[in-house]
Design a protein around this ligand. Structure first.
Ligand code: NAD
Length: 331
């Protein structure tokens, strides 16, 4: 008999879901709205696997609704802050994510934000579209340079390193702060620095840490005050890493030049927009860091591979760090 698998979306990029449907009975959340915890729990009884996105709530109640058949939670995302990992470990459920397939794409988007925020591309495009480009003025839309500037990376994992390579291409001096990275000296791309030095010396500070208890509000009023008034803060990591109220205050009072954001404390926003969206010196995107067709398809493929491996009794390909690769082995 085929195993039952819950997916939190009916349609996903690429052909991963087709492969999953051949091997398992797929039950999917099919409404257009984002599923809430109760919606997913109602679909979960008897499933052996859950395929979820990085924003879906995967809590103990969902795992209990699935029951003892549940063996693997496969995220089609790199971030995993939406999963109760303790609850999964207690139930012997493997949790997997998608390293190795999205860093370059997310680094491209990070650079788009750096360029857009420092060169004020959003405001310039809006002005052109509004018909306001009636005379050439030397002082219009003056931004700040990216080439030759200092780029400070907080978090030096897969995406941080991919951004460092791009920074080298732009002739930037690159620093990184990551107490857990295996790189303790200059690796030819970037120089390790303390958080204090990085904040004080960087023209662009870019965030590439996971959201954890330790990184929540890692960038708050004190850290923003320690940055140069000509600096740009960019985040493609997770919204909770930045204290958004403090960021709004810093940008409005011109104590910070600009910000480029792909992620927010409250996602998705719907019509209740964060006040940051209306700020002229803040470039905002709706969490599209990995949003290219091949990369999103690769993320779904990897999530499906993880499910099929675990259900067939093999170790998961890409379990979360610190968790067991095999179901039933609590980390
Ligand atoms: P990664 O695991 O390769 O790297 C994360 C790095 O952060 C690691 O080197 C780790 O040592 C470091 N780190 C952990 N805690 C830290 C701390 N307190 N201070 C400094 N460094 C710390 O992950 P990655 O692929 O580079 O992705 C990073 C994060 O980006 C993900 O966890 C995810 O939340 C987010 N992300 C967002 C998008 C998007 O669409 N915007 C796409 C992919 C990933």
């Amino acid at each position: 008999m085929k195993k039952r698998v819950l997916t939190t979306r009916e349609n996903l990029p690429g052909h991963g879901l087709d492969r999953l449907s051949e091997a398992a009975d797929v039950v999917a959340w099919s409404a257009a709205a984002k599923p809430g915890p109760a919606d997913l729990a109602a679909l979960a009884p008897g499933v052996s696997a859950v395929l979820a996105l990085g924003n879906d709530p995967v809590d103990a109640a969902l795992m209990d609704a699935a029951g003892p058949s549940l063996r693997v939670i496969a995220l089609a995302s790199m971030g995993y802050d939406n999963v109760d990992r303790t609850a999964a470990a207690e139930r012997g459920v493997v949790v997997t994510h998608t390293p190795g397939v999205l860093a370059e794409t997310t680094a491209d988007l990070t650079f788009a934000l750096i360029l857009a925020a420092r060169r004020r591309l959003g405001a310039a495009t809006e002005s052109l579209a509004a018909g306001s480009w009636d005379v050439f003025r030397m002082h219009d839309y003056l931004g700040l340079d990216v080439h030759g500037a200092t780029l400070g990376l907080i978090g030096y994992g897969q995406i941080g390193r991919a951004v460092a390579r791009r920074g080298q291409g732009f002739g930037m001096r690159v620093l990184h702060y990551d107490p857990y990275a295996d790189v303790t000296s200059d690796d030819g791309l970037s120089t390790p620095a303390s958080l204090t030095t990085l904040l004080a010396e960087s023209d662009v500070v870019s965030l590439h840490v996971p959201l954890t208890a330790e990184t929540r509000h890692l960038i708050a009023a004190r850290e923003l005050a320690a940055m140069k008034p000509t600096a740009t803060l960019v985040s493609t990591s997770r919204g909770g890493v930045v204290d958004e109220a403090a960021l709004l205050d810093a940008v409005r009072s011109r104590r910070l030049h600009s910000a480029g954001l792909d992620v927010y404390e409250r996602e998705p926003m719907g019509r209740e927009l964060s006040p940051l969206v209306a700020e002229e010196h803040v470039v905002t995107l709706p969490h599209i860091g990995s949003a290219t067709e091949p990369t999103r398809a690769a993320m779904v493929d990897l999530a499906v591979d993880n499910i099929l491996d675990v259900l067939d009794g093999r170790p998961a390909r890409t379990p979360l760090p610190g968790t067991a690769a095999r179901a039933g082995v609590a980390a």
